[in-house]
Write a protein that binds this ligand. Structure first.
Ligand SMILES: Nc1ncnc2c1ncn2[C@@H]1O[C@H](COP(=O)(O)OP(=O)(O)OP(=O)(O)O)[C@@H](O)[C@H]1O
Ligand SMILES: [Mg+2]
Length: 303
């Protein structure tokens, strides 16, 4: 008997923190044969959700990175020149690209940074999306397995923008927005991915501070794009290790300066400073750290 949709949904949800609505929409779209673009900044569960769904469906997730080098031949595949020289063209000389792989296997083709792929590549994809089949030169027409889907992702902060996509592409895709999750979910993600022991008070404080500091990078005036939850996960790992090496805990005097050291290592390469601002990643992070620790503590202890 086919699994009950609710049981499938519950199993997928068990692997993911929050995202109830996004998962519900994504699964409804995928289950009914739709192709989808997920629009959201880095680190907002796009790959995590797709991995959970493909794992549950036991289909493959075939990745392709959308950049200028993703030519139609890279996406579809090509005849291996050395083989062609030896035996001439035949179906065995064709090296499948990710699109053909996904169509043959009935997998999900996942193109990240979709809007950065060249236009002729997107046009080649268009036929596969519309027809669920593709004509491969000197091989023949390949009809996709029924579970074949096209998923794409786009970062709304990307200055290449979404307007680059032609209306004929946009008209064939559903769009699901994935924004940053709330602090509660992010603390849960960091605890999960950081292997944090819930009973450890010091680690618990580090998780709270790491998430708060990371989130502050997303609303700072001089930062164009702040850090994702990946930054909070790394900040947490580094801070806990540094505290351990320095023999400190969350009540020690050196706690907040240790968090600053970890924060600079974890976040300075991840944030993009606004071009008009004269600030540096380190100066902006230090300011965020001061606001979080020094001002917050001053407010907590007036006088
Ligand atoms: N909702 C979530 N539940 C559990 N873990 C999550 C969740 N969201 C993100 N993560 C964790 O955060 C990290 C980044 O998530 P993920 O790879 O899914 O982001 P993404 O949206 O695909 O980012 P990118 O656009 O950079 O590819 C992973 O380590 C993942 O395990
Ligand atoms: Mg991803």
């Amino acid at each position: 008997m086919a699994p009950q949709p609710n049981a499938v949904r519950d199993r997928i949800a068990a692997r993911i923190v929050g995202r109830e609505l996004e998962l519900e929409l994504l699964m409804a779209a995928i289950a009914t044969g739709r192709d989808v673009v997920l629009e959201g900044p880095p680190g907002t569960s796009k790959t995590t959700m797709l991995k959970a769904i493909t794992n549950e469906w036991t289909v493959s997730l075939v990745l392709a990175e959308g950049n200028a080098e993703l030519t139609p031949a890279k996406l579809i595949g090509y005849h291996d020149p050395a083989q062609v020289m030896r035996v001439g063209y035949n179906s065995g000389t064709f090296v499948d690209g990710p699109l053909v792989q996904a169509m043959r296997q009935g997998g999900f083709l996942y193109i990240e940074e979709f809007n950065r792929a060249p236009e002729d590549t997107l046009n080649a994809l268009l036929t596969a999306i519309a027809d669920r089949s593709i004509a491969i030169p000197r091989v023949g027409v390949l009809v996709a397995q029924p579970t074949f889907r096209v998923l794409a992702s786009m970062n709304p902060y990307d200055n290449v923008g979404t307007t680059r996509l032609s209306t004929s592409i946009r008209d064939r895709l559903c769009r699901i927005e994935v924004g940053y999750q709330d602090a509660l979910c992010e603390r849960e993600i960091v605890t999960l991915r950081g292997g944090i022991d819930a009973a450890d008070a010091c680690a618990g404080r580090v998780v709270n501070d790491a998430v708060a500091l990371t989130r502050a990078t997303r609303v700072h005036d001089e930062i164009r794009q702040g850090s994702s939850v990946r930054g909070a996960i790394d900040l947490c790992f580094i801070a806990i290790e540094l505290l351990h090496q320095r023999g400190l805990d969350h009540t020690a005097d050196g706690y907040s300066s240790t968090v600053l050291d970890a924060m600079l290592a974890a976040l300075s390469g991840r944030i993009s400073i606004d071009e008009a601002s004269g600030a540096t990643p380190a100066s902006v992070l230090r300011e965020i750290w001061e606001n979080h620790f020094v001002l917050a503590e001053a407010l907590a202890e007036p006088g």
